[in-house]
Design a protein around this ligand. Structure first.
Ligand code: ME8
Length: 503
């Protein structure tokens, strides 16, 4: 039976254009999704936009538009960015879609019926820009929002609550013992900072209108997080969804799940979200909370700080493969990592040009020079090739392990390390000195096979380069691990440009 994989990104707020931080999360998700397809999985990849809430309502007002007109314009820029970055998602969900709205309303009634929702009053410090309430003890010393540092206001209003505290013991145990949250060190952080003080979650608002109205009480709209989190379920109720909610989230499901998020929304995804799932009799998610992209000076990039980098400019200037590679390789998965244009250029020149591109162009010119561009048949392997063959087996094992442990930045190091080994093999075997030696054919046959192997693995990141390599080798049946170790003997090489150029 084909194995199945479900992957999601956060749904982003359409209050401004996306920046490199959002591109980071979505690139990671695209990478894993392509990798899983390569391994033979059927996959479903969802991303989208989180459109309700006071912040968006205010922004739309400022621009003199209705909220829906305002967000629709911004969402088009999201979709353009994903296209430019090569993000191959299956579904773009909008929380203003009728299907999603109906789903949220129905589940609200269901949770109310089950006794998990009650009506009361909420009083707390509210941060508009994070759409989140904080208790007194969670505020900073300066009495500001602990997440973004902005001012908070004291609010008291009638609200419906979700009985989160009923599940306090359960979630603590689940976080400790089940593999819900990666990297694991975030678990103790979460337990120490949030579980001890855990309170029921306020899930409706009466002070603004831009949200999903509940059927039971016309003054209340669903508060953004209960609305937003359920996109991961409702996406499976759309007409074109390949699987149902039960197929993916049912307790007996064997679909693998991975939800990639930035670390600042871990509290919502690793505490409230599993509890909501539990209330609905669904199973636990698997969450990877990655670190932040920070500036050279170590400041978090964010819309509110105005220090963001526009990924579209980088794609135009350096190409999407370079940006995708940088993000996955240079930001240690799970930790904060710096972005600057200089770091990107160093990465392109040092790894993609000097190592990867160079390996292909030197091999290409030798096949063209010594064999008229037709890949020769290989003969008996020498110890050098046999040694490398062993390394290839190990490479695959190590690469698959890193990917399956969600250690994406390690996975690229493993691949680049193999590219280095292949370059070293060329230097050691000195094909240019073997013009009259029958082993020359074996060397070049072997190199072409290994270049295809490594390009196929890198192909989940370097999507355009992989296309070019396939074109060079006339490969049509691509992107599958069964094609590894293809013998290209007698294939006429097509022209190939330098995949990456020195900057
Ligand atoms: O939080 N570094 O949306 P959002 C790395 N709508 N990743 C970053 C980043 C940075 N500097 N800045 C943003 C929301 N991100 C909610 C989510 S989900 C049910 C609702 C990425 O537009 C990272 O993935 O503020 C982070 O979690 C997300 O963008 C926040 O996007």
């Amino acid at each position: 039976m084909t194995k199945k994989f479900y992957i999601s990104t956060p749904i982003y707020y359409p209050n401004a254009k996306l920046h490199i931080g959002h591109a980071y999360t979505t690139t990671l998700a695209d990478y894993v999704n392509r990798y899983k397809k390569f391994r033979g999985y059927e996959t479903y990849f969802v991303t989208g936009s989180d459109e309700h809430g006071q912040k968006i309502e205010d922004k739309a007002k400022e621009s003199g538009e209705s909220p829906l007109v305002f967000v629709t314009k911004i969402i088009n820029t999201f979709k353009d960015l994903w296209k430019d970055l090569g993000i191959d998602y299956d579904h773009f969900i909008r929380t203003t879609d009728k299907t999603h709205i109906n789903y949220v309303k129905t589940n609200f009634s269901l949770l109310l019926d089950k006794g998990y929702i009650y009506k009361g009053y909420y009083e707390g410090w509210y941060c508009k820009s994070d759409e989140a309430f904080f208790t007194n003890s969670q505020l900073t010393k300066e009495h500001k929002c602990p997440e973004c540092g902005n001012s908070v206001e004291l609010l008291k209003e009638e609200s419906y609550f979700l009985k989160i505290t009923d599940f306090k013991k359960w979630i603590k145990q689940a976080l400790k013992h089940d593999d819900i949250l990666f990297p694991h060190h975030r678990v103790s952080e979460l337990i120490n900072n949030f579980i001890t003080d855990l309170q029921d979650l306020s899930i409706t608002r009466t002070t603004f209108k831009w949200g999903i109205p509940i059927t039971e009480d016309k003054n209340h709209i669903v508060y953004v997080w209960l609305d937003a989190l359920q996109n991961y379920l409702s996406t499976l109720t759309y007409k074109d969804a390949p699987w149902s909610v039960d197929d993916v989230w049912g307790v007996d499901s064997d679909v693998e799940i991975l939800q990639i998020i930035g670390k600042e929304i871990t509290r919502f995804h690793a505490i409230y979200w599993p509890i909501i799932l539990k209330m609905l009799n669904y199973r636990e998610p698997k969450i990877l909370a990655h670190g932040w992209i920070v500036t050279d000076k170590g400041e978090k990039m964010s819309k509110s700080k105005g220090n963001v980098v526009d990924p579209s400019l980088l794609i135009n200037k350096y190409g999407r493969d370079s940006l995708r590679f940088f993000l996955i390789n240079n930001i240690i998965t799970g930790e904060d990592g710096k972005f600057s244009e200089n770091l990107l250029i160093e990465n392109i020149n040092g790894l993609l040009v000097n190592k990867f591109s160079n390996l292909i162009s030197r091999t290409d010119s030798m096949v063209k020079k010594y064999f008229d561009g037709i890949v020769p048949n290989g003969g008996k392997l020498s110890t050098l090739e046999l040694h490398l063959n062993k390394k290839t087996d190990l490479l695959l094992e190590k690469y698959y392990l890193a990917m399956d442990q969600f250690d994406f930045s390690k996975s690229t190091k493993i691949l680049i390390n193999y590219v280095e080994k292949l370059n070293h093999y060329v230097d050691q075997s000195e094909p240019w000195k073997k013009v009259d030696d029958p082993h020359l054919a074996t060397i070049l046959n072997f190199l072409i096979k290994e270049i295809f192997n490594i390009s196929s693995l890198l192909g989940s990141i370097l999507i355009d380069s992989y296309e070019e390599v396939c074109n060079w080798l006339s490969v049509t049946n691509k992107n599958h691990e069964d094609n590894l170790n293809t013998d290209f003997a007698n294939v006429k090489l097509k022209p190939i440009e330098h995949l990456f150029k020195r900057i």
